[in-house]
Design a protein around this ligand. Structure first.
Ligand code: UDP
Length: 501
């Protein structure tokens, strides 16, 4: 059959389910939602993916590949109202917000996308039948309501975090506490699990964000269901408990990072810059022994202080282990650049410092990688799990402290570096981790002691479970089938006057 495409859509089957995906404009949220968009499209769902010019330009190779392969995904670029909210021109992603003070302006700008999105979707052919919005975009709930379509919330973070925050909020447990570091028992779990407010803060936990927090909670409560980037086998107790308390359909569909098997798109995942210098990187990695290299990266947002960068460098140097270390653009102060010159010279062929966006998922799956110092962002954690790479955990904020607990206490595939206090992602003045901590943790993770070996065995077993979950017959694969069935079974949509469309 000849396929007719308008803006990437197959208009021959107007009855096909059509989902609008509204991601938070932050790499840790957008990346898995693009994976989800491609996965749903490959299985017959038409997708409209909402983005902006700056965000779309990062992933042009992926958009091109989607068009070439006729996947029915339409990328819509809404103009981003940076200037209206006092943000610098082009500040269209969380990782571009220049200071802590402007963080709120970024969320204000997102709210202004509401009307343009509604206008756009109203005129779209075929009409969307369902929306999946990132939980941090509560304004999207109003758009779904105006269009009278069902709406599912997407949770990018771990279920251990989502569940704990949900029940602690529901039972008003934090209100009874005077000390943020005091540990409380999390209710509605079969086994005792204690957390403190600093390690399970819930979303937007500051007075500046009270309104946003309330809107997020309301949009979560009024959603028709929940889609989560996790899999049942990695955190069964928390997935089960969450399903019980939330009172609506929950589809666990991850790890979404395992969806993409095509090297040409995996290498540019999140940002086309990742493909720069790939030949040099692969010839270096290929020359290294199996499982001998440590990968060091702290996600898309965390910004290390100069002094902390020096401590990490000194610890890596002292450990004697070969490594890849990712240093972000925003971390490249004059001081750091100068210091790096001498450092890289001393390290010679023992290290590779990537000074831009790195192709993380591809690096982690290389046979030479044997360990990962990570901030425990949930995507990074799932990517490590999917490649059987044990971790050194160094959480900073949001779900990362609970992800550390999952990795270290439950899954036992990592060791902690010992941080206790959360930091905002743009950094505090303190330097919580010293060179000796880094050296000690690296030697122990990468060494050949019995515990290190057992960690590797458990990591391999967990990787098998992750792969199985995403294969036909696996838990996440079957949940995706059920999610698509749900989207298909929708009743006809009505507009605000009650007219069917
Ligand atoms: N990432 C990447 N290259 C980088 C930095 C980050 O590919 O140089 C990807 C990483 O693989 C993950 C995402 O960006 O998919 C970061 O998400 P995560 O949840 O780990 O942390 P966040 O950035 O949200 O703190």
């Amino acid at each position: 059959t000849k396929q007719t495409t308008i803006n990437g859509f197959n208009t021959a089957s107007a009855a096909a389910p059509h989902v609008v995906i509204v991601p938070l404009l932050a790499q840790g949220h957008t990346i898995p939602m693009i994976d989800m968009a491609r996965l749903l499209a490959e299985r017959g769902v038409q997708v409209t993916f909402i983005t902006t010019a700056v965000n779309a330009s990062r992933i042009t190779p992926i958009i091109d590949q989607v068009h070439e392969s006729h996947l029915p995904i339409n990328f819509i670029e809404l103009p981003f109202p940076a200037a209206e909210t006092g943000l610098p021109e082009g500040c269209e992603n969380c990782d571009l917000v220049p200071s802590k003070e402007l963080f709120k302006n970024f969320f204000d700008a997102l709210f202004l996308l509401r009307h343009p999105l509604e206008q756009h979707l109203k005129d779209l052919v075929p009409r969307p039948t369902c929306m999946i919005n990132d939980m941090c975009n509560p304004w999207a709930a109003d758009v779904a309501k105006a269009l009278n379509i069902r709406r599912l919330v997407f949770h990018g973070p771990s279920c251990i975090y989502i569940f704990c925050c949900y029940v602690l909020q529901k039972h008003n447990i934090y209100e009874k506490l005077t000390d943020d570091a005091e540990e409380v028992v999390v209710p509605d779990l079969p086994n005792t699990f204690r957390v403190s407010r600093i390690h399970a803060p819930g979303w937007f936990n500051s007075t500046d964000f009270k309104q946003l927090r309330d809107e997020v909670l309301h949009a979560e409560e009024t959603a028709d269901g929940v889609v989560m980037n996790t899999f049942d086998e990695i955190e069964p107790m928390f997935v089960e408990a969450y399903k019980k308390v939330v009172g609506k359909d929950v589809w666990t569909v991850g790890p979404l990072c395992l969806y993409d098997k095509d090297f040409s798109t995996r290498i540019v995942r999140g940002n086309k810059l990742a493909a720069v210098d790939q030949d040099r990187m692969f010839s270096w990695l290929d020359s290294m022994e199996e499982r001998s290299v440590l990968y060091v990266s702290f996600g898309s947002l965390t910004k290390m202080k100069v002094g902390q960068i020096f401590e990490i460098g000194a610890g890596l140097e002292a450990s004697g282990v070969p490594f890849i270390w990712v240093i972000k653009d925003v971390e490249k102060s004059v001081e750091v650049v100068e210091w790096l010159e001498g450092f890289e010279e001393r390290m010679g062929l023992r290290s590779l410092v990537i000074k831009r966006w790195a192709p993380q998922a591809v690096i982690l799956s290389h046979r030479a990688i044997g360990g990962f110092i990570s901030h425990c962002g949930w995507n990074s954690t799932l990517e490590a799990v999917s490649s059987a790479v044990p971790m050194i955990t160094w959480p900073h904020f949001a779900d990362q402290f609970l992800n550390e607990r999952l990795v270290v206490e439950y899954l036992r595939i990592g060791i902690n570096i010992g941080v206790k206090k959360p930091v905002f992602y743009l950094g505090e003045d303190e330097i919580p981790v010293m060179r000796d901590d880094v050296e000690r943790a690296v030697r122990s993770l990468m060494g050949d002691g019995e515990e290190a070996e057992e960690r590797r065995v458990r990591a391999r077993e967990l990787k098998e479970k992750a792969m199985k979950a995403m294969e036909e017959g696996g838990s996440s694969y079957e949940n995706i089938t059920r999610l698509i069935d749900y989207i298909k079974q929708q009743p006809p949509c009505k507009d605000v006057q009650g007219t069917e469309f």
